[in-house]
Design a protein around this ligand. Structure first.
Ligand SMILES: NC(=O)C1=CN([C@@H]2O[C@H](COP(=O)(O)OP(=O)(O)OC[C@H]3O[C@@H](n4cnc5c(N)ncnc54)[C@H](OP(=O)(O)O)[C@@H]3O)[C@@H](O)[C@H]2O)C=CC1
Ligand SMILES: C=CC1=C(C)/C(=C/c2[nH]c(/C=C3N=C(/C=C4\NC(=O)C(C)=C4C=C)C(C)=C\3CCC(=O)O)c(CCC(=O)O)c2C)NC1=O
Length: 295
């Protein structure tokens, strides 16, 4: 049994509390015991769960794991505190805002012998699983992934990190990438931002990622993938699965705590996460170089 707390009560934190309080019967998630939630605000009980202080969460011996759902700028500090206190950590993506920090946190997890799990629900949606199946065996000529969405607060930090889910899609579909260019358009007065990043696959095929955020832009992903066999311009519309994506992720975290995930799978995941963070960092550096300012 693993006493567990949720840290940070926003959109993701509330879903995490829901899943922690209602584990899926006959899955590894049943071994996770809700022990409370941590917030920087004083909140009333959440779905029957009580608020506890961060210090208590770190010190209590009946708490073995934390699910960190704070804004991106506050992930590193939280992960470090819980790992140092000898707790397992599940953190919402992106785990860190630089490659160095990510390596450092993983080393700390290894040193402490604890699980560091990074949520990547974008890989767990029914549409994505279908897309991956549909693409299997096809030979890419070139492709574009264009995401639009509403503005995020500054605490979600640089757009290549807050948008890491799109990079993760491209890497999971087409393998490791090399960045060839990155360009940022920002209209701060309009709260509008657009990133355009280009890559080559290991077979030298070009891929483009466009991440666009601004008021009135609805959350949407557009694809345009050209293969030698055909062209895909629409995401497949797979039926929704019975188990929600956050619950699927929670079950994976629980399985990791119970030693049910193979080493090769863990290593592959870690390699992918670090590769995506490295790309995100290179994009940021290139954008800063071309605009001449830190963002
Ligand atoms: N939303 C989603 O569907 C997904 C989110 N994520 C990731 O999860 C993390 C959190 O995202 P999300 O939950 O959407 O972000 P939110 O902006 O909803 O919450 C972020 C943090 O802000 C604080 N907060 C929430 N509401 C308020 C409020 N009304 N007033 C003051 N503070 C508030 C909370 O911390 P506290 O309780 O300490 O005050 C909370 O943890 C990010 O890393 C994101 O990338 C990943 C996948 C999906
Ligand atoms: C309705 C408003 C709404 C908000 C404010 C929202 C925020 C939000 N959704 C995210 C990802 C995500 N959000 C979802 C799914 C959801 N997330 C939800 O809050 C809900 C209701 C679903 C529906 C199942 C998924 C699957 C991701 C992973 C990235 C993706 O594939 O889009 C992220 C992480 C950053 C990013 O990848 O863009 C944020 C901040 N999502 C929303 O849908």
């Amino acid at each position: 049994m693993f006493g567990t707390v949720v840290v940070g009560v926003g959109i993701a934190g509330r879903v995490r509390i829901r899943d922690l309080v209602n584990p899926l019967p006959s899955t590894a998630s049943e071994k996770m015991i809700p022990k409370g939630f941590v917030s920087r605000r004083t909140l009333e009980d959440q779905q029957g769960l009580k608020q506890i202080s961060l210090d208590d969460a770190l010190a209590r011996e009946d708490i073995h794991a934390a699910i960190i759902c704070t804004e991106n700028s506050y992930h590193e500090d939280c992960i470090r505190k819980f790992l140092e206190a000898g707790k397992h950590v599940c953190v919402e993506y992106p785990m860190a805002l630089s490659l160095d920090v990510a390596h450092d946190l993983w080393d700390l997890a290894d040193e402490k012998g604890k699980v560091l799990h990074v949520e990547h629900i974008e890989l767990l949606t029914a549409d994505y699983k279908q897309l991956k199946k549909d693409i299997q065996g096809k030979e890419l000529i070139n492709g574009t992934l264009h995401f639009t969405g509403g503005p995020l607060p500054p605490s979600f930090r640089f757009i290549s990190f807050s948008g890491i889910a799109r990079l993760t899609w491209l890497v999971d579909l087409f393998g490791e990438l090399t960045l060839t260019s990155a360009h940022l358009v920002e209209e701060k007065d309009k709260n509008y931002i657009k990133l355009n990043a280009s890559f080559h696959t290991t077979e030298n095929q070009p891929l483009t990622w466009i991440e666009e955020r601004g008021p009135g832009l609805s959350r949407c992903k557009n694809i345009n993938f050209h293969f030698t066999s055909d062209t895909m311009t629409c995401l497949p519309d797979a039926p929704r699965e019975f188990v929600g994506v956050f619950m699927q992720d929670f079950i994976i975290f629980s399985q990791k705590l119970q030693g049910q995930v193979r080493q090769e799978a863990l290593q592959g995941e870690k390699r992918r996460i670090l590769h995506c963070l490295e790309l995100a960092e290179k994009i940021q550096q290139l954008c800063e170089k071309t605009t001449g300012s830190r963002m």
